[in-house]
Structure formats: structure tokens, C-alpha cells
Ligand binder design. Structure first.
Ligand SMILES: *[C@@H]1O[C@H](CO)[C@@H](O)[C@H](O)[C@H]1NC(C)=O
Ligand SMILES: *[C@@H]1O[C@H](CO)[C@@H](O)[C@H](O)[C@H]1NC(C)=O
Ligand SMILES: *[C@@H]1O[C@H](CO)[C@@H](O)[C@H](O)[C@H]1NC(C)=O
Ligand SMILES: *[C@@H]1O[C@H](CO)[C@@H](O)[C@H](O)[C@H]1NC(C)=O
Ligand SMILES: *[C@@H]1O[C@H](CO)[C@@H](O)[C@H](O)[C@H]1NC(C)=O
Ligand SMILES: *[C@@H]1O[C@H](CO)[C@@H](O)[C@H](O)[C@H]1NC(C)=O
Ligand SMILES: *[C@@H]1O[C@H](CO)[C@@H](O)[C@H](O)[C@H]1NC(C)=O
Ligand SMILES: *[C@@H]1O[C@H](CO)[C@@H](O)[C@H](O)[C@H]1NC(C)=O
Ligand SMILES: *[C@@H]1O[C@H](CO)[C@@H](O)[C@H](O)[C@H]1NC(C)=O
Ligand SMILES: *[C@@H]1O[C@H](CO)[C@@H](O)[C@H](O)[C@H]1NC(C)=O
Ligand SMILES: *[C@@H]1O[C@H](CO)[C@@H](O)[C@H](O)[C@H]1NC(C)=O
Ligand SMILES: *[C@@H]1O[C@H](CO)[C@@H](O)[C@H](O)[C@H]1NC(C)=O
Length: 526
């Protein structure tokens, strides 16, 4: 009786799914706390990490098609942890006697067989004299079925940029999965190759991302990327709050986030979800919903001690301070050089609560900003950016934007934005892209269903992008447009400019004795 009911239920669910043109895959994305105890040897850290991977997987009893661990978790700061990789598809690593492959790879291969799942990990790959920051997928038969060498290295001078781009595409459950790693999210390669050229539907994204205010905190960056490209993003972040690392989520393209976490106090946490493969309309999924002010505040308080970087070019932004005596109206702010100017139109409608305004406490000053220029990423990379945004600042100085008051509980929020309409004009080009960026005090983005994001071709050379806030917000840190211009990118670590040429003695085959120090530096910044 019970069994037949169960079968009937399954049949009904399966049938409903078929009618809606929806099916699912089961995925776990792991926010993994890094082993940072440097008084323990690299070998011991690696062994501890592997046993925690195994424990994490054993803790998941549900059916699992795919599990993704983050970048850098397997002690990739240490050349001793480097491993060679066998050829794809045919070499069974589990219980292999081949000493060329690290023991942890063999352990992971056995684990994939035991769990009958695909396991994605990020490793330090050794190939000849070169080291690569590499994502691999281990299949349920214990072989490596995908290898992606990170294309856009963040400094990481001891590692090589691959000479050719890997673009592996996995097919699982009748859908397709491509790969990117961490800093890659700010570039066109490999993202455009996967989403635009190959129409890949899901992106596997291990990262070790250091959040940066006001535009590039972890969950904010993940959501804005998934919205613009409209594919499913499976982001697994390394966690280390003191360094500002953390942020994991599953995003269903422009529908928004299915679930996100950023373990503010540290720790390893797993998001396990059935992810719909969307074909057509009528999909009903429950998305992230942290709309209540109390909930935003309780998440925000936890983030007080979470380290965040600040945009290196913030002081150079053109800015107009939002006038609290006249909170509604249209203002245009432009920034750039003669032939390359971004003009931002702000249509803002806000209210100030006089009772709240009269209370003691810190309060943010809002600036309407525009920026078109090249910024530094911790000195290891220089990238072209084009920005229009409303941002929260400590005071009237634009240099104070993107900084937080230290004690969240002492902040008062007199201003409520009823509506914000930010639009900017950008050169139409394959080598530029714009994203809808937003951030609340919880260091989470505004849920996409409360915003809209448009693109309009003005003429053959200019595109107008518009990001609109459609639900009143009282805990706003950022709302705007974050654009990238790859034509102005420069990688001084590899003497590479946007045209892709590499000159000088830079890059590959570094002296092994210098590796450890360099990897530790890379570990701090990646
Ligand atoms: C780091 O590891 C050492 C050696 O195992 C141990 O004594 C120490 O308590 C650890 N420190 C932390 C912060 O866990
Ligand atoms: C990895 O595999 C080796 C050899 O099979 C085994 O000795 C070791 O205990 C395994 N490590 C973990 C963490 O399970
Ligand atoms: C292992 O599985 C993959 C697909 O998941 C397949 O392409 C490969 O041929 C298989 N390898 C072996 C040795 O069975
Ligand atoms: C797989 O997806 C394609 C296109 O999305 C569809 O035409 C096909 O029927 C699907 N196959 C199965 C077995 O669901
Ligand atoms: C990836 O895209 C870039 C830029 O559009 C292009 O130059 C490159 O050839 C593509 N690479 C592959 C492997 O498709
Ligand atoms: C979000 O949560 C609020 C209450 O917390 C509820 O009123 C609202 O219906 C929810 N919205 C969605 C789309 O789930
Ligand atoms: C308020 O500001 C708008 C421009 O943002 C301006 O047009 C309007 O005259 C101002 N109103 C007052 C009362 O100052
Ligand atoms: C703004 O705040 C910063 C940081 O607290 C401070 O250094 C600066 O002097 C302030 N500027 C003004 C104009 O108040
Ligand atoms: C936002 O601004 C753009 C450009 O100024 C305009 O076309 C659009 O209608 C506005 N949208 C809303 C909702 O106000
Ligand atoms: C944006 O608009 C301004 C003012 O109309 C113009 O000077 C600038 O060239 C435009 N920029 C682009 C990229 O279209
Ligand atoms: C396209 O529109 C932009 C912004 O309005 C303008 O600056 C530019 O001159 C126009 N270009 C052409 C070719 O009309
Ligand atoms: C890059 O080029 C500059 C100037 O040409 C040179 O001084 C520097 O040593 C080069 N760096 C590398 C890593 O090749």
C-alpha cells in the first residue's frame, strides 16, 4: 500500500515535470573553509582537506549527480601538492600504482566511484616544468573526464597561463556544463566562448574570491554575471573570512539565485539542490527571499568582521552627492577621456524619514557616480571598467565610498529608495560587456525579481543599458551598472596587453626554489 502510494507520487511528479518541460539534476556546491594552519605541514593539510572532502560527501545522503569543491582548497599554494594528470576518459586512478599521480587524486577517484557521482576539484597541476591552476572533473567510473586550466590568472606568477584555451563541456542529464575559475568571471574568455559560441547552459565555477566593495563582493558578482549571460551558475567558494574569501551559490540565470551562502564566521557549508533544467516557461522554483529588513539586518551584523577590499579607482570616480533636501529628480554624471566617455543618467526617487534622521548613529551619504578608466587589481592586473552607480559612502568625499561603518548596529537608515533608474551609454563591442550590479547591507545583491535590466541599441556604435530598482529599498549599498572593457586590459605579471602578445622573459618555468614563497603570495591574493 505504502509502496504503491510512493510509486504513484513519483509518477505524478515525473509526469508534472514532463508537462512543464522541466527536469532536474542534483548538485552540491561546497563553501569550504581553507586549511590555514601554517604550523601544520603541507602534507598534513592536504590529508586533512581530503578527509574533510570525504566527510562532506558522506554527509550528503541524497542522490547526487555532481559535486563542486572550490578553488585553492587542495593546498594549491604548495608545489608539493602539485600533481600530474592522466589522459582523459581512460585512466582509472583509483588504486593505481602509478607514482606520477598524487595520492589525493586516487582517493578522489575512488570516492567518485563509491558515490557514483561527478566530482569537480581545483588542483595545482604539474605538466613538464609548468604549473597550472586546473579544475578537473572525475567521473563515476573513476577517470578524469574534464580538465580546465585557468585562463585569467590573478597574479599567481608561479603558475603558467596555458598556451591554448581549454573549453571542456560536460554532458550530464541532458544538459551541458562548462568551466571557469575565480578571476575568469571578469573576462570574456572563457565565459563568452561557453555561453555565446557554444550555448552551454550551466557553468561550474570554483573560486577563492576576495570580496570588494562597492561592486565586486562575491554573491553580487556571481548574480550579475548569471543575470547578463542567462545561464545557470554553480559557484563554490573557498572560505576564509579574515581574508575576505567566501561566497557560494546557485543562480538560475536572470531568474535569480536559488540559494546563496557566505559563511561570515567561517566554516564549511554545502548547498545541495535539485536544479531545474529550464526549457520553456512555467517553471516554478522557489528562489532566495531575504526581503524583510530584520533578516537583512541579521545577515549584515554577521558580516561586520568579514574583510572587504575597496575598488582601487573609487577616488577617481566622477560623483554628485545625493542631496537629502531634494531626493528626487534626474541627474547626469559623465566620466572618461575625449573620445571615450560614459554618461550615466540617474532617475532617483527617495524619501527621508525625519524621525530616523534625527536619531544618533552613523548614516551613509549616497553618491551618484560614473567611471570610465583602467583600474588596478591589487597591482597584479589592470583592467578597463565602465561604471554607473548609486553607492553608499561614509561622507561627502568620493574616496569614502565602498567603505563600511565598523559597527553595523550603530547605523541608522533614514533614506528609502522608492525607485532608481540608472542608464549608461557604452560602446557596442564584442570586447565589452555590462552587468547589473546591486548590493544591500547584508553584502548580498538585491533579488533579481525586484529589478529589471535592459539593453537598447542606440545606433551602430552605442548601446544603452538600464538597470531599474522596482521595489523600495532601505538598506542600500550599491545599485548600478558594472561594465568591462577588455581592450584596455594589461597583465604586467606576464607582460601581456589586450592584443594578447606576450613579451619579455616573463611567466612560465619559474625557478622551483622561489615557488613556495610565490605560491604563498598567490594564496593570499587569489
Ligand atoms: C595548528 O596546528 C598545530 C599542530 O598540529 C596545533 O598545535 C595548533 O593548535 C593548530 N592551531 C590552530 C589555530 O588550529
Ligand atoms: C587515500 O588513499 C590511501 C591509499 O589507498 C589511503 O592510505 C589513505 O588513507 C586515503 N586517504 C584518505 C584521506 O582517505
Ligand atoms: C568513463 O565515463 C566517461 C563518461 O562519463 C566515458 O566518456 C569514459 O569513456 C568512461 N571511461 C571508461 C574507461 O569506461
Ligand atoms: C534533451 O534536450 C533536448 C533539447 O533541449 C531535447 O530536444 C531532447 O528531447 C532532450 N532529451 C531527453 C532525453 O530529455
Ligand atoms: C574564445 O573567444 C575569443 C574571443 O572571442 C576568441 O578569440 C577565441 O578564438 C575563442 N577560443 C576558442 C577556443 O573558441
Ligand atoms: C518572500 O518572503 C516574504 C515574507 O518574508 C513573503 O511575503 C513573500 O511572499 C515571499 N516572496 C516570494 C516570491 O517567495
Ligand atoms: C531638485 O533637484 C532637481 C534635479 O535633480 C531640480 O531639477 C529641482 O529643481 C530641485 N528642486 C528643488 C526644490 O531644489
Ligand atoms: C570622510 O571619511 C574619511 C574616512 O573616515 C575621512 O578620512 C575623511 O576625512 C572624511 N572626509 C570628509 C570630507 O569628511
Ligand atoms: C529608465 O530610463 C531610461 C533611459 O532614460 C528610459 O528609457 C526608461 O523608460 C526608464 N525606465 C523607467 C522604469 O523609468
Ligand atoms: C555617451 O553620451 C555622451 C553624451 O551624449 C557622448 O559624448 C559619448 O560619446 C557617449 N558615449 C558612447 C560610448 O556612446
Ligand atoms: C551614436 O550615439 C551616441 C550617443 O548618443 C553618439 O555619441 C554617437 O555619435 C552616435 N554615433 C553615430 C555613428 O551616430
Ligand atoms: C615586463 O616589461 C618591462 C619593460 O619592458 C620589464 O622591465 C619587465 O622586467 C618585464 N617583466 C616581466 C615579468 O617580463
Amino acid at each position: 500500500m505504502k509502496l504503491s502510494l510512493l510509486i504513484l507520487t513519483y509518477w505524478l511528479i515525473a509526469r508534472a515535470a514532463k508537462c512543464q518541460g522541466v527536469s532536474w539534476y542534483n548538485v552540491a556546491v561546497v563553501e569550504f573553509e581553507l586549511e590555514t594552519n601554517l604550523s601544520v605541514s603541507a602534507d598534513e593539510r592536504l590529508a586533512a582537506t581530503i578527509s574533510r572532502f570525504i566527510k562532506t560527501l558522506n554527509g550528503l545522503t541524497e542522490p547526487l549527480d555532481l559535486v563542486i569543491f572550490p578553488e585553492s582548497a587542495l593546498a594549491s599554494d604548495d608545489p608539493d601538492a602539485a600533481t600530474e594528470l592522466p589522459s582523459l576518459y581512460d585512466f582509472l586512478l583509483c588504486n593505481s600504482n602509478d607514482v606520477g599521480y598524487a595520492e589525493f587524486l586516487k582517493n578522489l577517484s575512488c570516492l567518485a566511484i563509491d558515490r557514483q557521482t561527478v566530482i569537480v576539484v581545483n588542483i595545482l597541476e604539474k605538466s613538464g616544468d609548468s604549473f597550472y591552476n586546473t579544475d578537473i572533473a572525475l567521473a563515476a567510473n573513476g577517470t578524469v573526464i574534464a580538465r580546465y586550466r585557468k585562463w585569467n590568472l590573478f597574479g599567481e606568477i608561479a603558475k603558467s597561463k596555458p598556451s591554448t584555451l581549454d573549453l571542456p563541456v560536460l554532458e550530464l542529464k541532458n544538459t551541458t556544463f562548462g568551466f571557469m575559475t575565480c578571476f575568469d568571471i571578469l573576462f570574456g574568455v572563457p565565459g563568452f566562448n561557453l555561453t555565446r559560441e557554444r550555448s552551454v547552459k550551466n557553468i561550474i565555477f570554483p573560486l577563492n574570491w576576495i570580496s570588494e566593495l562597492p561592486y565586486l563582493t562575491a554573491l553580487q558578482t556571481q548574480q550579475m554575471w548569471a543575470s547578463e549571460h542567462d545561464v545557470t551558475l554553480l559557484a563554490a567558494g573557498s572560505n576564509s573570512p579574515g581574508r575576505g574569501a567566501g561566497g557560494t551559490g546557485i543562480y538560475l540565470g536572470k531568474k535569480g539565485a536559488l540559494e546563496t551562502i557566505i559563511a561570515a564566521g567561517g566554516g564549511t557549508r554545502t548547498i545541495y539542490r535539485n536544479v531545474p533544467i529550464i526549457s520553456g516557461t512555467g517553471t516554478n522554483v522557489i528562489l532566495v527571499n531575504h526581503t524583510e529588513t530584520d533578516e537583512i539586518d541579521s545577515l549584515a551584523v554577521e558580516m561586520d568582521d568579514f574583510f572587504t577590499l575597496v575598488d582601487a579607482a573609487i577616488a577617481e570616480h566622477a560623483s554628485v552627492v545625493l542631496d537629502t533636501t531634494n531626493l528626487s529628480g534626474c541627474i547626469t554624471v559623465c566620466h572618461g577621456r575625449n573620445d571615450d566617455v560614459t554618461c550615466c543618467d540617474f532617475d532617483v526617487s527617495a524619501l527621508q524619514d525625519q524621525i530616523v534622521a534625527s536619531r544618533n548613529g552613523d548614516r551613509y551619504t549616497y553618491h551618484l557616480v560614473a567611471y570610465n578608466g583602467v583600474r588596478s587589481f591589487s597591482g597584479v592586473f589592470f583592467g578597463g571598467v565602465e561604471i554607473c552607480a548609486v553607492v553608499a559612502c561614509l561622507n561627502e568625499s568620493v574616496a569614502s565610498c565602498g567603505r563600511r561603518f565598523p559597527d553595523y548596529s550603530n547605523i541608522v537608515w533614514p533614506i528609502t529608495f522608492e525607485k532608481i533608474n540608472v542608464s549608461g551609454n557604452f560602446s557596442q563591442s564584442e570586447r565589452r560587456v555590462q552587468y547589473p550590479t546591486s548590493l544591500l547591507s547584508s553584502i548580498r545583491p538585491i533579488e533579481t525579481r525586484h529589478t529589471s535590466w535592459h539593453r537598447e541599441e542606440v545606433n551602430g556604435t552605442t548601446v544603452l543599458r538600464t538597470h531599474t530598482l522596482e521595489k523600495a529599498q532601505n538598506r542600500l549599498l550599491t545599485f548600478g551598472i558594472y561594465g568591462r572593457d577588455f581592450t584596455r586590459d594589461r597583465d604586467p605579471m606576464r607582460n601581456e596587453s589586450a592584443n594578447g602578445s606576450i613579451s619579455g622573459q616573463g611567466g612560465p618555468n619559474p625557478d622551483l626554489s622561489a615557488l613556495l614563497v610565490l605560491f604563498i603570495i598567490a594564496f593570499i591574493y587569489v
